[in-house]
Structure formats: C-alpha cells, structure tokens
Design a protein around this ligand. Structure first.
Ligand code: ADE
Length: 252
C-alpha cells in the first residue's frame, strides 16, 4: 500500500517511522511519503492561509498550494498490475463522516491513500469540490472533538489501517477479537485480559481462564464483553440485532 501525506508539519508524522507502522515500512508492506505543503506556496513567506470570506474567526487554507500539491502527488501513482492505482483522498475534519473499524477494513484493501491534514479552520471548500468531482474523496472525523489539526487524526487512521494489512501484525488472529471487528463478537467491546503471574497483589486471574475448558472460556469472554459493552457503550448494545444475541446473552 502507498500512503501520501501532504502537511505543513512533516515532522508531526515522524511517529510513522516507529513501532508497527515503521516495521511495515521497513518490511516493504507500506510505502509512506510525507510532503511539505509549503513547497507549493510560492511567495516569500510560503503563505498557505488567508482570512475567511464572509468574516469570522481564524484562517482558511488557500486553494492554490493544495491544488498544486495534490496535482503533483496524484501525478505519480503507484503501479498496480498492468495500470496505475486509483487513489482514495482522505481529508481529516471534525465535520466529516465518522472513521470506524468498518472503514478501516475497507481502506486497508485500497492500494493508495492520500491524506490532506489541515490546520486552522480548514481547507478552502473548492479543493474538496474539485477533487471530489473526479476522485474517491472522503472527509473523515476520528471523533466528536476538535483537534488543532488533521495530523494526529492521520496517525490514528494510518495505524488503524496498517495493522490490518496482511503480514503486518505478527499473529493474523490478533485482530479477530478486536472491539468493533466483524465476527462472532460483532458489536461488542472486548472484555478484560490477563497474563502471568496467576496472582498479583492478592488479585487472582479468573479461575475459568486457567480451567482449560474452551467452551466455558468462550462463554465467560462473551459475558464479560456484554457486561463491558452495557457499561461503557450502551448505544452499541442497543444497536445489536436481537438474532446476534443468544439465549444466555440475554440472561447476562
Ligand atoms: N481535525 C480536527 N479535529 C478533527 C477530528 N476530530 N477528526 C478529524 N480531523 C480533525
């Protein structure tokens, strides 16, 4: 997978050299290219923002540097089989659709993602109109809060996507039971997990987990997932299709 990021803070993306994403790059699973937007601002001060039409607080990112930057980045597609890969352009914004695990799974299948993290009040709307008219462009939010810019959301989305790529996580089953993963536990949060030692500060690991009884362990895990979901995310439980819950679930 190829990932391009256009930003005025290339150093903000340095964590993409570390840990899981860094290893995926080192192994050749991910080709990440970070570009400095100011390289496409041609005045002496490399200006990328201006005051908003219609008034109001803050500054808006100018369309010209973004247009030049995206034209340049998009003119160099990765090869995919016979032809060039199609990009998915991702604009992080608190006004976007929610970025979910389902979207992470969908985007992990794309060959090429181009992220455009903005600062200030956002990017001139014509940029999204222009590229949205001819490309798959998604405005995505990572949550109902406002950050100072889209760089942290890019780190979040890239990590969520990269860990789903084949050969990136050591154990391919690691994301099978993830909270929000499709499958038997779909719609439920993961319950607590334990490791050695069996007793720590007088607290014991739940007996069932050392019983070796796979059926009882699976039932216990499901009950804990239901309990945690009811406590932390009752909205998710309310959305669970009745047929997704078995008879014992309903008793929990
Ligand atoms: N930029 C600022 N806040 C954001 C958010 N919550 N999601 C995506 N991009 C953002």
């Amino acid at each position: 997978m190829r990932i391009d990021v256009v930003t005025i803070f290339p150093e903000y993306l340095e964590p993409l050299n570390v840990s899981l994403v860094g290893k995926a790059r080192a192994r050749g699973r991910l080709d990440v290219r970070v570009h400095d937007l100011r390289g496409w601002a041609h005045d002496r001060h490399h200006t990328v923002d201006d005051t908003p039409y219609g008034g109001g607080p803050g500054m808006v990112m100018k369309p010209e540097p973004w247009g030049e930057a995206l034209d340049a980045v998009l003119s160099d597609p990765p090869r995919e089989g016979e032809g060039a890969a199609e990009p998915v352009v991702i604009v992080p914004t608190p006004s976007g659709r929610p970025f979910t695990q389902e979207l992470a799974v969908e985007l992990a299948a794309a060959p090429w993602l181009v992220f455009t993290p903005a600062r200030y009040e956002g990017i001139d709307g014509r940029v999204m109109e222009e590229y949205g008219a001819r490309l798959d462009l998604r405005e995505l939010s990572i949550g109902d809060y406002v950050l100072a810019g889209g760089e942290a959301p890019v780190l979040v989305m890239v990590e969520a996507i990269a860990r789903l790529l084949p050969g990136v996580l050591g154990n391919a089953d690691s994301h099978r039971d993830d909270s929000f993963a499709p499958g038997a536990m779909a719609g439920l949060l993961e319950g607590p997990v334990y490791t050695k030692p069996p007793e720590w500060r007088g607290r014991e690991v739940p007996e069932v987990l050392i019983s070796g009884h796979h059926g009882r362990i699976a039932r216990w895990r499901r009950d804990e997932a239901l309990r945690r979901t009811a406590l932390n995310r009752p909205d998710l439980l309310a959305r669970c299709a009745p047929e997704a819950l078995d008879r014992e679930d309903r008793a929990t």
